[in-house]
Each structure stands twice: as structure tokens, then as C-alpha cells.
Design a protein around this ligand. Structure first.
Ligand code: SF4
Ligand code: SF4
Length: 95
């Protein structure tokens, strides 16, 4: 399993999750609007879930239906950052 960051993180990105993750598997670059969990490195400890001030983080098998696309977007960022960023902008246009 892995944990997944969904749209509530977009344009919040306070990195509380990054600070508490024991294996440093939550990533973001300056140009990103959100953070992303590495699906292979996450150890499912759930520490990030309670640290998030906007409840943006879910176990991947319990993501709300409106956020299911973020399971793929989190993984995609590690293969193709531009594609993941485009998907985020499509879901929440950057006005
Ligand atoms: S569940 Fe644990 S290991 Fe996975 S991203 Fe969150 S803090 Fe990191
Ligand atoms: S703690 Fe929540 S809002 Fe903050 S960067 Fe992590 S997922 Fe985004």
C-alpha cells in the first residue's frame, strides 16, 4: 500500500508532512503546487495523515472517489513531473 496526497494540498503545500515522514518519501519542487508520496518508499506509517492541516492525505485504498485520480498523479510525478503538474493544473486551474 501507499499513502496518497490529494487536491486539498494544492496551493497549501505547507510541508508539515515532509517534516514528519520517517523515511523522507514525500517530495516537491519549488514549481510544484503540491507534494507527492513515492509509492515504493512509503512504509504506511500514517504519521503524515494526522500531520496534514487540511486532511489531504489518505491510504491509497481509502481515497475519496473525487480524488482517486491522485493515486496515479502521485506516482506519475516520479516518472514525469511535467505530466503530473499538468494534471494538477487541469484539476485545479492556476488562475
Ligand atoms: S505514511 Fe508514513 S512513510 Fe508514508 S508518506 Fe506518510 S509519513 Fe511517509
Ligand atoms: S501536510 Fe498536507 S497540505 Fe501540507 S504539504 Fe503535506 S499534504 Fe500538503
Amino acid at each position: 500500500m501507499t499513502f496518497v496526497i490529494a487536491q486539498a494540498c494544492i496551493d497549501v503545500k505547507d510541508k508539515s508532512c515532509v517534516e514528519v515522514c520517517p523515511v523522507d518519501c514525500i517530495y516537491t519542487d519549488a514549481e510544484d503546487r503540491m507534494c507527492y508520496v513515492h509509492p515504493d518508499d512509503c512504509i504506511d506509517c500514517a504519521v503524515c495523515e494526522s500531520a496534514c492541516p487540511v486532511q489531504a492525505i489518505y491510504p491509497h485504498d481509502n481515497v475519496p472517489s473525487e480524488s482517486v485520480r491522485f493515486v496515479e498523479i502521485n506516482a506519475q510525478w516520479f516518472r514525469n513531473k511535467a505530466a503530473a503538474r499538468a494534471a494538477v493544473d487541469e484539476i485545479m486551474p492556476n488562475l
